[in-house]
Design a protein around this ligand. Sequence first.
Ligand SMILES: CC(C)(COP(=O)(O)OP(=O)(O)OC[C@H]1O[C@@H](n2cnc3c(N)ncnc32)[C@H](O)[C@@H]1OP(=O)(O)O)[C@@H](O)C(=O)NCCC(=O)NCCS
Length: 183
Amino acid sequence: MAAMADRGKPKLKIAETIRLILREFESKDAESLYDLFQDKEVMRFSTGTLSRDETDLWLESQIENYKTLGFGLWAVIKKQDREFIGYCGLVNFPDILGRQEVEVAYRLKRPFWNFGYATEAAIAVREYAFERLRINRVISLIDPNNIASINVAKKTGMTYEKDVMLEGYDYPDRMYSISKDGT
Ligand SMILES: CC(C)(COP(=O)(O)OP(=O)(O)OC[C@H]1O[C@@H](n2cnc3c(N)ncnc32)[C@H](O)[C@@H]1OP(=O)(O)O)[C@@H](O)C(=O)NCCC(=O)NCCS
């Protein structure tokens, strides 16, 4: 009867902003995610578009991250009409230049770009990391040509720290960071 009792309940909510809800992904989000991962422009500064199988694996790994790390990437939902517009959340990097780092990451469907949604979601995620998870510092790793993403990092209060060469990349990403104490 547990399934009956859960029906219609909101999925685990992580944060709420003026216009958005951030909640955990669940298996039935696969189709919405596939739609996001199919857009070449959305995936331009990433590994390219994802197949259905790759999307399923991505989704499974986030659900696993919620259990093992207590965080992951979360679905971004517009409050007004409950539409799924993308993801924003936290990614664990066990070792970047000898240090464990937690990244604030975001990706939105194209019709929702340039409305300030990524900034709104990223600020909520930053606060969740600092206040709820007691993580003292978060970073963002950004392709130097990805101006929109750099703008979001800056509007989230982050500052440029250094260039970082990640495994498998041809050129370094820009690392932006912010600490809980504001440094
Ligand atoms: C990066 C991304 C999440 C930004 O989402 P968004 O909701 O449009 O972001 P915001 O509206 O909060 O802010 C974007 C800012 O960049 C600016 N901007 C957008 N495209 C730009 C461009 N090509 N050149 C310069 N500035 C640009 C916007 O004007 C805005 O700045 P402003 O508020 O000072 O005007 C979205 O573009 C996206 O999903 N891109 C594909 C995935 C991706 O690159 N993710 C980040 C990987 S590091």
